[in-house]
Structure formats: C-alpha cells, structure tokens
Ligand binder design. Structure first.
Ligand code: ATP
Length: 787
C-alpha cells in the first residue's frame, strides 16, 4: 500500500514474467470486485453507511494531456491474467469442476490441484507458504487463501480451525462449538472458499462474464450485522492485496474530472468515496445504482443479502451471480417467495449449507422461515419423513414441491459458541440411520437441527466450548446495586475506566433514555437496536469502532457474533435473559486471545434470576468477584445525573409541545380550515384544552438553559476522591504527589490512580480446564505480522 502506479509497475516487472501487454478499457469495463472490510462488523467508518465499495487490481492509470485538460486512461496489464491475478480476468466455469463429496475431497486435498495452484501463484509471486506459514501447511489450502491469512497475520489456525478443517476437507458435515471470538467464521469459511477456489483453478474453461453463477454455499446468520460481517470476513480472505496490485494514489483519481464526468450517476458515489481519502490507495468506487457494462466476475464471489436492503440492490447482487450467499432467514425467504424461483432451485443443489449461531436463529422469530429454507435442502425421501411441526407456524411455500433429489453432495456446517451437550448427544443419536423421526425433540433448537438433512451418517461434532462458558482471557465482575442507582454506577465505571464499552440493555426504551443522558454528561454514546434504520445501525457501529472511549448502548442484536476490534468492556446494565445470552454478550470482548472485561449490574430483585442463569452454566454468583467502587465519588456523580435527568425531561417536554403545536397546525392546514382560537397556540398563559401555549414552551426552554448551565459548571469541577488535598498534594490521607510525578493520576478523578478495570477486581477462583489450556497455547494474533 502507499505506492504510486509507477513504483508498483516497476516492482512487478522484477518478477520473471512475460512482457506486459496493456489494453485500454473504460472505467466500467474494468474488472471491479467488491471490497471487503477486514475484521469489521459493518463498513468503513469513512464511508458512513455506504453499503458496498468496489475496487480493481492490476490497472495502471495514465494521464494524457488533451485540449480538454488532463484525461485519465486505464490500462489493464494483460500479463496479470497469466500470473497471480488470472482469476480476475479469466474465471472458469464451475460446471466443469469436480462435484460431490469425493470430488470435494479431491479438490481440497488432491495433489494435482494443490500443486497446480502453488506453481501458478506461489512460485511466480515468490510466496513461500511452507516457510511463512508452517502451521497452515498441513491443511492444503489454496495459495490465495494462504496469502490472505499471511497478510492478516493469522500465522496459526485457532483450535476450532485446526479441528474443523481436516474434517470438512474429508467431506464431513461438522457441528462446531467453540468459545466466542475463537475464529469459527473461518473454521467453516476456509473449507468453503478452498473448495470453490480449487474448483475454479482445476477447471480449464473460462467463465462468461455475464453468466449468472449458481449459489454454491448458503450461510444463514441471525442478524444483518453478522451477515455483513461474515461476508466481509470471507471477502477479505479472497481479496488479499499482493505485490502485483497496481495501486493509484487516491488524490490522482480525484483530480481527474474526466473520470467523474464519465458517468454522472456515479458522481455521488465518488463523492462518498472521497471521504475515505488517503485510507486506500487502490482504485475503488462505491456501489453504483447501474451495473457496469461488462464487469468480469471474481473467481469466487461472496455477498450478503439482508433485511433493510433495497429490492433493487438485492436483485443486482443476485444477478451478478454469487457463489457464497450470506443471508438472514427472513429476507432470504421473502426473496424465495416473491422473486426468485431460480434461487430456490439453486438452494436445492447447494454444495455447502452453514447455520451460524444456529441457536440464536430460532429465537429471532425466524423459525418458520428458516425451516422453510431448510426444507428446500432436504432430499425427497427425507422430506416425506418429516412431519409438519406442531409448534411452529409454518409459512405456506409458494414454491413447487421438491420433486427431485438434489445431488447428494451437500455439506452442512452448524456453528455456535453455545450448543448444549444434550443437543450434541441428540445429534449423535440422530446421525445413526433411522427411518422415521419418532422421539420428540427436547427443544426448538433440537427440533430444528434434527430437521437438517445431514448427508453424513456421522457428522463430526467438535466441542471446544470452555467450562461455564467463560473465555480464559475474560475477567468477569459484578456490582450489586439498586435499579435506580444503575445510571450512577454506569457513569462511574465509564469515567473511571475509559475505553471502548459495549453496554447491553434488554429494552429499547432503556437505550432511548440512556443515550441522551450520557451525551448530556459529555460522553460519546451511540444506540444500536432493531428500531433503527439499517443504515443508521451500521453507521453507529462504525462510529463506535472509530471513536476512542466510545460507548455503544445495544440490545441483544449486538450480542452474537459481532467482531468489533478492541472492545475493552462489556457491561450488562440489564441482566441477560439466559445463560447463552450472558456468554455471547461477554464474547464481544476478550476475542482472539485478547484480554477483556465484563461487568454484571445486578439489582436485589435480579439476584434470583442471575443465580439460576449462572447455575445452568454450572457456576455460582459468588464466583464472580465484586468490583470496588469509590462510594464518595459515586455520590458526587449522582448530583450530575440528577441534573442531566431534569434537563432531559424538560427537553422532552419542549419537543412534545412543539410536536403537538405543529401537529395541530399541520392538520388544520391540510384540511384547509382555520384553527379555533381556543385551540390555536397563543402567547397567552392559558393552556386551553391541553394545548401548550407559546409562553409555556418559552418558559420551559429558559428553564432548560438554566439547568444546562448548572450542569456545565458541575462538569467543570474536578472530582476529588475522599482524603485528597489538592492544595497540599503531599498531605491528606491520600497524598497524590507520587501519582502526579509518575503521570499516573486519573484524568477526571483526582486522587485515584489511572488503572484498568481488571486491576480493581479480585482474580476469579476458577480452575482451568484442559480445553482452556489448549486455547492458551494458541496465542491469537501474531503481533509481529500485524501492520
Ligand atoms: N487463525 C487465526 N489467527 C488469528 N486471528 C484469527 C484467526 N482466525 C480468525 N481470527 C480472528 O479472530 C477474531 C474472531 O473470529 P470470529 O469472528 O470468527 O470468531 P467466532 O468464534 O465466530 O466468535 P463468535 O462466537 O463471537 O461469533 C476475528 O477478528 C478474526 O479475524
């Protein structure tokens, strides 16, 4: 990155290869591909909610002086087709590729395929995977994947990846259970990408640019954010940046008026892109409303289709052809019902089916949709066996009956951090040959999984879940307090331990109340819940990720799967409704062997539920250490909170009054009537018929301003801990001189040392399990390889 077109071109010419031929193409004819956003749940911060970006490799931009000014021309170096980027320009037909279980095994392990990809790409690029990634060597991954793993610093497979990959490559169905943040996405994603890439490499025939490719893999995820994240994570593995990429300075791209003038419809997209100036030097553009005329397909394409996305965008994605479709069940079922019979028939012929966070999907009210989608993947004989479910309202399928058996090549992967032991036992039993489902399933999830048509007689069950659901790098803590004091304790924690904090609430109303409160107190808080527009949800996630010391107030839509880098604290402001939710919420921190911290706020009336919840994890509430709090400071914070609540309440009243006044006026205007003087808001002090007068609104505004001023003064006052003398820093029961000299004085709480939350709780007295020791051997990111 960071190289100009000139430097890149010369560096690539150092490799022993054919002389470069260039072909002039228009901007739309370039081989654009969708940009993935490494390890991010949503989208790039600078893109502010833009749904998709595209980029192009192997293109040289040259500028020609013309009478009209500087003109940009795009030269595609055709030798890229012969080298490592062959796949961009010459994608091959999948129909000719090996199919089926045995074929999958071959394509993952077959010596000819692997060596072919190594000679084509590794040797030419000088990428020596054997010495650079010795720990991945035994998995025979496609060189494109290896290079991506290397560029991401993933030098060693995580334990779940080490266990799942060999099973998947043997063509087995896999049920994987492993702790949060342990790399489950790649545990199922790598085998899929590997198989599809090898199919492309093995096939000799070129794929036509405009051919709609059949969906080969379907990944179902419970939430939109998770679906985007999975798709982005897999795209990162496909679209690594290698030395051959010809990068262009973004500034150069921007300076080309001609470029912008080429397609006026794209102008706004380019403008959006410019906000990300300097972040990427590869030519990139935001997803356009009109598909480029002859864009060539990437070797394997991954895309997400979720609710909240426009039907037009959805159609465009599907018409491009997707190999790996990541979807939420609700939206996918809508498409299957309303739009797309082709897609339904492709789902009947899937090569891979993944249920990510399977246990959550049945909770989100998507059970019926999920069941209907899964029904499409059943073999005919099995479909006959399964009786309609009594407890789910099955949506009538408009699709024709599944009349023919799909090829017997479907591989199914089911992953979660929380699949009960009972369920795993049931799956084992179920995997034995049986003619008819006789026994009643123990739970909805059991039922759902029992409905899966594993082609494998014995699915591989890999259970690496830690005892009690606690990740070894997580420090848990709790605070016992009255419900009414939770705001003050939360505020205390956020001030005392700055960092990125994810606060979970069970109710949207609670989030709506807390966000303005924290904002008034000078903290950066963003909401995330299902009643926000999708665009706003992604935007808030991105803001949370980019602003240091930000706070995300979220419902449990953020509890599962979201991989937000560096969440320092997870706070359970309202207790989770189940043990699984507790585990998954905690899993947003302490990911990939990083340390993390969780705080459970427990009111007296919640203790009973917490006890039961922890009991089901085989734990006791007493196992979780209490967090120490400076009560003296807490009282001072309560005064601030009281004031902030008053301001919020008066602001709310003003808003309501304005709304009522406006509503009345607008209603009268739309009916073309004059408002009765009794009803018209007047400047009189009389509030007739409940409609606020202007004077009342004015008074409230004045009151709010006065309260705001009071709060401003209070916030400006230092918070001084008990026993601290700011005048005589060497005296008092807590002399602060040493901390000041050492630069360890807390920024906002004078007299307290700077410290991390972990250091203010007693270490947990947990015994490590063998599984935890296994995880500790895997040290997560290779720090040296990180950029
Ligand atoms: N082999 C690896 N080495 C280092 N980091 C990895 C490796 N594989 C994945 N990761 C990183 O670990 C993080 C967690 O991965 P992922 O989101 O797949 O976890 P998960 O197990 O699915 O978590 P959850 O249960 O919360 O959904 C991601 O940032 C991912 O990029």
């Amino acid at each position: 990155m960071g190289k100009t077109a000139k430097r890149k071109t010369s560096s690539s010419s150092a490799a022993p290869r054919k002389k470069a031929k260039t072909e002039h193409l228009s901007v739309d004819d370039l081989p654009w591909k969708v940009v993935s956003h490494k390890q991010e749940a949503g989208l790039h911060t600078a893109l502010e909610g833009v749904m998709e970006l595209e980029e192009v490799d192997g293109v040289e931009v040259v500028y020609e002086e013309t009478e009209a000014g500087k003109v940009a021309k795009f030269n595609v170096c055709t030798h890229f087709a012969a080298a490592g980027l062959a796949n961009l320009n010459s994608v091959q037909v999948v129909e000719n590729a090996p199919h089926g279980r045995g074929a999958a095994k071959d394509s993952l392990h077959g010596p000819s395929t692997v060596s072919e990809s190594e000679t084509e790409e590794d040797v030419e690029d000088g990428f020596d995977s054997k010495s650079l990634l010795p720990n991945w060597h035994g998995f025979s991954l496609h060189s494109r994947l290896l290079r991506s793993l290397h560029s991401q610093g993933f030098t060693t497979p995580t334990p779940i990846q080490s266990r799942a990959l060999p099973a998947a490559s043997k063509g087995k169905d896999v049920v994987g259970v492993a702790e949060t943040g342990s790399g489950k996405t790649l545990a199922y994603g790598l085998p899929i990408l590997n198989c599809l890439l090898n199919e492309v490499s093995a096939s000799k025939k070129l794929r036509e640019p405009q051919t709609r490719r059949p969906v080969r893999a379907l990944i179902l995820a419970p939430t939109r954010e998770l679906a985007f994240q999975v798709s982005s994570h897999l795209n990162t593995c496909l679209n690594f940046m290698d030395a051959l990429t010809v990068a262009v300075k973004q500034e150069d791209v921007e300076s080309t008026d001609v470029l912008k003038a080429q397609d006026p419809k794209e102008d706004s997209d380019w403008k959006k892109l410019r906000k990300g100036k300097g972040k990427s030097n590869t030519i990139a553009r935001a997803g356009t409303s009109v598909p480029p005329r002859s864009r060539r397909p990437p070797p394997v394409s991954v895309a997400a289709i979720v609710g909240g996305m426009s039907a037009q965008k959805q159609r465009r994605i599907l018409s491009r052809g997707i190999d790996v479709l990541v979807a939420t069940p609700g939206r996918l079922w809508d498409i299957l019902q309303e739009v797309d019979d082709t897609l339904a028939s492709q789902i009947k012929q899937l090569r891979f089916l993944v249920l990510d966070e399977a246990d959550r999907m049945i909770e989100t009210g998507h059970f019926a949709e999920l069941e209907n989608i899964l029904r499409l993947t059943l073999r005919q004989a099995k479909e006959d066996e399964i009786e309609p479910d009594s407890h789910s309202e099955t949506v009538e399928s408009p699709l024709e009956e599944n009349t023919e058996d799909p090829a017997d090549n479907l591989q199914t992967f089911v992953y979660s951090a929380t699949l009960s032991k009972d369920l795993q036992r049931n799956l084992r039993k179920r995997s034995r040959p049986q003619t008819r489902r006789k026994s009643k399933a123990a739970s909805t999830l059991d039922d759902l999984l029992l409905r899966l048509d594993f082609r494998d007689a014995e699915p591989e069950i890999v259970d690496l879940s830690p005892e009690g659901g606690v990740v070894s790098t997580l420090t848990e803590s709790q605070i016992g307090c009255l419900s009414g004091d939770k705001d003050a304790y939360l505020y205390y924690f956020l001030l005392r331990y700055p960092g990125r904090s994810l606060v979970f609430l069970s109710s949207i109303d609670g989030i709506r109340r807390l966000v303005p409160l924290l904002e008034l107190l000078g903290l950066k808080a963003f909401p995330l819940h299902s009643q926000l527009e999708q665009r706003q949800r992604l935007k808030n996630l991105d803001r949370f990720k980019s602003v240091p010391n930000a706070i995300l107030l979220a419902t449990d839509i953020a509890a599962r799967g979201l991989d937000i880098p560096s969440v320092d604290h997870v706070i359970h402001y309202q207790i989770p409704r189940s043990a699984d939710v507790y585990v998954h919420r905690n899993g947003r921190t302490a990911r990939a062997m990083r340390s993390g911290f969780s705080l459970l706020m427990c009111a007296p009336d919640e203790r009973r539920i917490v006890k039961a919840l922890l009991g089901s994890l085989g734990r006791q509430q007493e196992d979780i250490p209490e967090m120490s709090v400076e009560l003296y400071l807490l009282d001072k914070l309560k005064a601030r909170i009281q004031l902030a609540r008053q301001i919020d309440s008066t602001q709310h009243k003003i808003k309501k009054q304005n709304h009522e006044n406006n509503w009345l006026r607008q209603a009268a205007e739309s009916m073309e009537i004059e408002l009765d003087s009794d009803l018209a808001p007047s400047s009189d002090d009389e509030d007739r018929r409940g409609v606020p007068s202007k004077r009342q609104t004015k008074n409230l505004a004045a009151k709010t301003n006065a309260l705001k001023e009071e709060l401003r003064v209070l916030l400006a006052q230092p918070l001084i801990a008990r026993g601290v003398s700011t005048r005589y820093i060497t005296s008092g029961s807590k002399p602060i001189v040493d901390n000041i000299i050492a630069g360890e004085n807390h920024e906002t709480m004078v007299g307290l040392p700077k410290s991390v939350a972990v250091s203010d709780v007693a270490p947990a007295k947990r015994k490590k399990s063998t599984k935890q020791e296994e995880y500790e051997e895997w040290t997560g990111f290779d720090a040296g390889a990180q950029t």
